[in-house]
Design a protein around this ligand. Structure first.
Ligand code: AMP
Length: 393
């Protein structure tokens, strides 16, 4: 049963139990996997989406198309839900704030406000003494020159909003690159970051409940290709002290942001074992997909638990796991050979139901579990290679 008449403060005190209707803003694969976990637990789920033909539509009880930019209609819809969460950070904050006045939005709108803008996110990290890359805010070419003087080169210029998977970024290697970078991204709100010669990239997915209780999953070691996540491995194999420090840093971020829900903290690990926060995502994360097969509680089940004010489940990994993404590129030679991939022991397939396999588009992923991390990684990579070998053109 849903609780349309509960005011947010009352709803905030009592857990939202199976049978209630949850709203999710966004219709991508993260919304689909949230909805799938929530429906397995007995909730109804309705998504607010841009297009009816989206990954979440197949897993929800209902979708509402085209309301994300319309706070008044979103608020009118709010009474249908016992709580609302989101699966991407570019939800308009005005809409999230208006909705939060009628139904709890978790994580709260102010979390969105901070994390959807790289400049605000950096200011938040600095204010809480959480280490991040040296940086400078850029609104003009003169700002850019001043920021370069501050960070040194190489550096990377990024748009503050709407950038993902390396979009909206330009590397600056020498003073001769400054004008081209400004012309390609400016004028806009930008941030220049010093280039970090990191030894590895780590991410920590963490959940925080209504009473402030926090749990973190085993951090994943991440490999990117062309700025897009390619492979995540857990456990990371990094020294225990680094892993402990990474988990603690993620806890500090979730506490300081007052997150209720799931969030991911992406980190650079420097050669001396130092940690710098690269980015915060206030939602489940691609690098946490392996928790579906490998952890006692997946990041999506935990999102349901946290958003509903239920006890958090154990994040313990049952076994080492590797996840590789399946981009549209896998379709280059024709329909991938699913049969060959699934013949590899320990491999699970997730396809998001997107119709157009464009290069660079995340179409699905493979997760392999095994007794050792090396075996899991080998299985996931072998399965992905097998897709292309037998592709049906
Ligand atoms: P982002 O969209 O900011 O997460 O950047 C995507 C990827 O680009 C990161 O995962 C890194 O591999 C790389 N990258 C971004 N910023 C930096 C930086 N300041 N120093 C080194 N590598 C970076």
């Amino acid at each position: 049963m849903s609780h349309p008449s509960l005011s947010p403060p009352l709803a905030g005190r009592s857990p939202i139990l199976p049978g209630a209707t949850l709203g999710v803003l966004g219709g991508g694969q993260l919304g689909a996997m949230f909805a799938s976990a929530a429906r397995r637990m007995g909730y109804r789920v309705e998504a607010v989406v841009d297009h009816a033909d989206c990954p979440a539509a197949r897993h929800c009880d209902r979708v509402h198309v085209g309301l994300l930019d319309d706070p008044a209609r979103l608020v009118a819809l709010g009474g249908r839900f016992a709580a609302v969460t989101y699966e991407f950070e570019n939800v308009p904050v005005v809409a999230a704030r208006a909705l939060n006045a009628v139904v709890p939005v978790r994580p709260g709108p102010e979390v969105l406000f901070t994390t959807q803008d790289r400049g605000r996110e950096k200011a938040f990290l600095v204010a809480h003494a959480i280490p991040c890359a040296p940086h400078g805010m850029v609104r003009s070419r003169d700002d850019l020159l001043a920021a370069v003087a501050r960070t040194g080169l190489p550096a990377v210029l990024k748009t503050c909003t709407a950038g993902y998977d390396g979009k909206g970024q330009r590397r600056i290697d020498s003073p001769a690159d400054v004008d081209a970078a400004w012309e390609s991204l400016g004028p806009a709100e930008l941030v220049l970051e010093g280039w970090i010669p990191f030894a590895s990239e780590l991410s920590v997915v963490a959940a925080r409940g209504l009473q402030g209780e926090i749990c973190t999953w085993e951090p994943s070691l991440n490999h990117h290709r062309h700025h897009i996540l390619d492979c995540s491995l857990a456990p990371s194999g990094l020294p225990e002290a680094t892993v402990r420090a990474a988990r603690r840093m993620a806890e500090r971020v979730l506490e300081a942001l007052d997150v209720v829900g799931v969030a991911c903290v992406e980190l650079f690990v420097t050669s001396d074992g130092g940690l710098l926060v690269n980015e915060i995502a206030p939602r489940p994360h691609n690098s946490g997909h392996l928790t579906i097969e490998a952890a006692v509680t997946s990041q999506f089940e935990q999102q349901v638990r946290a958003v509903c004010g239920l006890p958090l489940g154990s994040p313990r990994l049952r076994s080492p796991a590797a996840m590789v993404n399946l981009l549209g590129d896998c379709w280059e030679l024709g329909e991938p050979d699913w049969n060959a991939a699934l013949a590899v022991a320990g491999v699970s397939l997730h396809l998001y139901g997107k119709s157009a396999p464009r290069p660079g588009r995340k179409m699905g992923h493979l997760t392999a579990v095994a007794d050792s991390l090396a075996a899991a990684e080998a299985a996931a990579r072998a399965a992905r290679r097998a897709l292309a070998r037998g592709a049906v053109g």
